[in-house]
Write a protein that binds this ligand. Sequence first.
Ligand SMILES: Nc1ncnc2c1ncn2[C@@H]1O[C@H](COP(=O)(O)OP(=O)(O)OP(=O)(O)O)[C@@H](O)[C@H]1O
Length: 234
Amino acid sequence: MSFFGGSNMYGGYGPIKILNGCSISVEPGEVSVIVGPNGAGKSTAMKALLGLVELTSGDVFLDGKSIDALNTRQRVMAGIGFVPQTENIFPGLTVDENLSMGGYLRADSVADTKQEVFKLFPVLGDRRKQLAGTLSGGQRQQLAVGRALMTNPQVLLLDEPTAGVSPNVSAQLLYEISNLKTRDMAIIMVEQNARQALEIADTGYVLVMGENKFTGSGPDLLKDREVKKTFLGG
Ligand SMILES: Nc1ncnc2c1ncn2[C@@H]1O[C@H](COP(=O)(O)OP(=O)(O)OP(=O)(O)O)[C@@H](O)[C@H]1O
């Protein structure tokens, strides 16, 4: 069994079935990337891992144990960080305040973790007193990742971290995210930007209609003729 993931997940939104048996997992120090067409259920799969979507069957596990019975807050407490696709920062608060909010579930001091976030994203340190709403798109996404890191997660889930940023900035952001692997973090990311994301993927999942259509290492999927033809534009 992998360190973290969901196996054979079925479920959706009430009577609307979105996940049809998909399985996603990740190991510490690795990045798994979920790609696939619009509406395939990528975000839904991620929400299921977090307990935001109820499964009718299947399991979500962490470190050898089922976490099906845990609600979202308990999953965050258990070490799962989440970066939502939108509204992932508080624009009216400063960078520093955003990071403090990210750590609010913690009983211990967050000062050291903040310093680590500033080491990872120096621009956030430079702008710590600045309102988050005045940051560039890429800096906002860095802040959203930093905010999720404030709980010291073992697992980081990111829903389209490069949405709305330029290709250059998104390459840099993906590089910075993949650097978190060196901290033994287990990372699962949903990405529209399939090519760039698969380049850094230890494991890539191509999801179609809530099912695993192709699974393999990112570089292997990028070379696969069928994947190239169907999902990567030839
Ligand atoms: N809260 C919701 N209630 C009902 N249906 C929903 C809800 N959220 C998403 N859906 C539907 O579930 C399906 C899968 O959505 P999901 O966001 O998981 O897909 P996705 O693969 O992430 O797509 P995209 O790349 O467009 O974000 C879509 O048809 C969407 O309309």
